[in-house]
Design a protein around this ligand. Structure first.
Ligand SMILES: *Cc1c(COP(=O)(O)O)cnc(C)c1O
Length: 229
């Protein structure tokens, strides 16, 4: 079942990429394994996936300890500053940086561990109050201030789009995110790369790829529904 799901998702990504004139290899699938057991991750790993996403620090660390170390772990959920120290040397990328305070803490811990951490700035495009992320107005200022911190590399932007029944409803949000990336690139800020755009989940990753996502974060469509009990 996991195998068929994965094949289907990869096919959808490749087709969406081609439709929009993109190279499918420019899009990386992150298998979002939160709440799912190590055995399922091992199965998906054996099918070739190396990028996995978790949204809780404790769960990520637990899985990191028992799984192969060529996995690139992506922390995709809200991160509290007091937990940065547990993951800074274990994650490949932190997708959810939404304050200077958090960027500073990642920088501090990265220096301590002699690592450089890839980060994305999370943007709240829709303005939904329940969502984390900086507002588009605050984006450039945060990027400029974070860009001078040692130990972190700003690789791009991330957003969590609203839950919608029809994925077309999120297209405008993905278009805006791509435009933010283009705008920031034009400002030529030192130490800001902007080669990554993390957007799209099970409900809307196809539209996200059509609009320029380089990372899609897909959980349910690979692993099945989550049970939070
Ligand atoms: C859980 C989660 C996902 C994956 O959601 P699905 O709808 O299961 O694909 C993606 N991004 C973030 C930030 C998440 O927390």
């Amino acid at each position: 079942m996991l195998r068929d799901n994965l094949i289907q998702v990869n096919e959808n990504i490749a087709e969406a990429a081609k439709r929009s004139g993109r190279d499918p290899s420019d899009i990386t699938l992150i298998a979002v394994s939160k709440t799912k057991p190590v055995s399922m991750i091992e199965e998906v790993y054996s099918l070739g996936v190396r990028d996995f996403g978790e949204n809780r620090v404790q769960e990520l660390v637990g899985k990191y300890d028992v799984l192969p170390h060529d996995i690139r772990w992506h922390l995709i959920g809200h991160l509290q500053t007091n937990k940065v120290k547990y993951i800074v040397d274990k994650v490949y990328m932190i997708h959810s940086v939404d304050s200077l305070k958090l960027a500073e803490e990642i920088s501090r811990e990265a220096k301590k561990h002699s690592v450089t951490v890839n980060i994305l700035i999370e943007v709240n495009v829709s303005g939904e109050e329940s969502k984390f992320g900086v507002s588009p107005d605050e984006l450039e200022d945060l990027i400029r201030k974070a860009s001078v911190l040692p130990g972190i590399r700003i690789r791009g932007l991330m957003t969590v789009a609203p839950y919608v029944v029809d994925s077309e409803q999120n297209r405008a949000i993905f278009v805006k995110m791509k435009q933010f990336v283009v705008d920031i690139i034009q400002k030529n800020i030192d130490n800001v790369y902007m080669d990554c755009l993390s957007m799209g989940m099970s409900g809307d990753y196809i539209v996200a790829v059509e609009e320029g996502a380089t990372y899609v974060r897909v959980g349910t469509s690979i692993f099945g529904e989550r049970n939070y009990k």
